[in-house]
Design a binder for this molecule. Sequence first.
Ligand SMILES: Nc1ncnc2c1ncn2[C@@H]1O[C@H](COP(=O)(O)OP(=O)(O)OP(=O)(O)O)[C@@H](O)[C@H]1O
Ligand SMILES: [Mg+2]
Length: 219
Amino acid sequence: MDGSSPWVEQAVLHDGAEAQTIAGFWFGTKAVMKIRRPKGYRHPSLDLSLTRRRLFAEARILLHLSNSELPIPKLLDFDEDNATIIMTQLSGLPLFDILRNSHDSERVSKLMHSCGKLIRKMHSLGISHGDLTTHNLLCNNLDSIQIIDFGLGKLSPEIESLGQDLQVLSECLSASHPKHDDAMKFVLEGYSQGEQNEPTIEEVISRYQEIQGRVRYHG
Ligand SMILES: Nc1ncnc2c1ncn2[C@@H]1O[C@H](COP(=O)(O)OP(=O)(O)OP(=O)(O)O)[C@@H](O)[C@H]1O
Ligand SMILES: [Mg+2]
C-alpha cells in the first residue's frame, strides 16, 4: 500500500492455511487485518465462494454483535475485492497459551467458567461460532475472555450448531490440554448460569451430549 494509506502495517501475527492476520494501525487505531487467500488445491471458483462466504460471515457477525456487550473485535473496514477485513486489535493472549503454561487449577477453573458464560451469551444473541478452539479465545491481563475468528459462524443457527460449539471446545480441551481434565466441567457450569432464553440451556447441553454420544459411537 502507498504512503497515503490509512493502514500502517506492523507485524504478521499469524500465517494460517486460509488467512493471514497482520497487526497494524487503521487511521491510527491499533488494528488487525485479516486477508483471506484462496487455497491452491481447490477449484478456483469454489475457492472464491468459500473465501467470500467466510469473509462475509465474519464481517456480518462482527457487525451484528457490535452493539452487544460481547467482548469481540469491532469491525473497522471490509474490502470485498481484496478479501480483507480490518478490526480492532484485542490485547489478550490465546487461551491455548495460558492453559499450556498454567498449573494454577483455580485460575483455570475460573477462566473456563467464564468461557462457558460467554459462550452462552453469544448463543443467546443468536450466533454460533463454528470453530471454538482455545486459539480463538483470548485472555487479557485481567483474565477476561474475548472471542475472535467468526469466519465459520452462523446467524440464527440451528441447535445442532450450538451443540457443536460445545463439542468442538470439548474436543480441543481433551486433545490439546489433557492436564486440565475437568476444564469442560467448568465450561458447562458457566454455560448453565448464562441467559435463560431460547433455545434453552438444557436444550443445547442435551444436544451437546447427544453429539458426544454419536462421536463416541462412530469414532
Ligand atoms: N482482533 C484481534 N486482536 C488480537 N489478535 C488477533 C485478532 N484477530 C486475530 N488475532 C490473532 O491472530 C490469530 C489468527 O487469527 P484468526 O483466528 O482470526 O484467523 P485464522 O485462525 O487464521 O482464521 P481461519 O481459521 O478462519 O482461517 C489469532 O489466533 C490471534 O492470535
Ligand atoms: Mg483462528
